[in-house]
Write a protein that binds this ligand. Structure first.
Ligand SMILES: [Zn+2]
Length: 181
């Protein structure tokens, strides 16, 4: 088997693979078979390794979803309404079952993550970075400065002074990002 990148011969290896996922961060899968190009480092995973990687990521994903605030989840009836589906269709949807919408089980009932449902409705993928979302939120204030017209400076007494002044504004909490509101 030759490397698609540089045409060198792949070398079969058994070892630990480090993965960086957009959704669950960094993790490792140990003692698995893979092929590696000795020249450019490109790797190929045989099917059984790909399955192990996927299982590992799913496990981490489940644990991280459980750490999301329970108040951010909605019952199936509500989620179905948002998506314009029946409850049954929601439950059977293959992409949702695969984890494209985050959900938890509580008392035998499935609860769906509200933002995840909305993202899924928008683009068919309700996954977001769980590592950032489950990090403890630190409250820090962000100080910005903005220009504001000052009445006092507009009286004409100080004609040379610019008619605006820099004001300090303090915002509590982290500025919103794409995933954390
Ligand atoms: Zn190569």
């Amino acid at each position: 088997m030759r490397c698609l990148e540089c045409d060198s011969q792949y070398v079969e290896k058994i070892g630990t693979i480090a993965i960086t996922s957009d959704y669950v961060g960094d993790y490792r899968v140990e003692n698995v078979k893979y092929f590696e190009c000795p020249v450019c480092g490109r790797r190929l995973f045989p099917k059984e390794t790909a399955i192990k990687i996927s299982e590992k990521e799913k496990g981490i994903q489940r644990e991280l979803i459980k750490k999301l605030p329970v108040g951010d989840f909605i019952p199936a009836t509500k989620a179905a309404k948002v998506l314009g589906k029946s409850r049954q269709a929601l439950h059977k949807n293959r992409r949702i079952r695969k984890g494209f919408v985050y959900f938890i089980e509580r008392g035998g009932k499935r609860l769906y993550h509200k933002k995840s449902v909305e993202m899924f409705k928008q683009c068919g993928d309700g996954r977001f970075n769980l590592v950032d979302a489950t990090k403890p939120r630190t409250i820090e204030s962000v100080v910005t400065y903005y220009k504001e017209t000052s009445e006092y400076l507009n009286t004409g007494i100080y004609a040379d002074t610019p008619s605006y002044n820099w004001q300090r504004r303090e915002i509590k909490g982290n500025p919103p990002t794409k995933y954390i509101q």
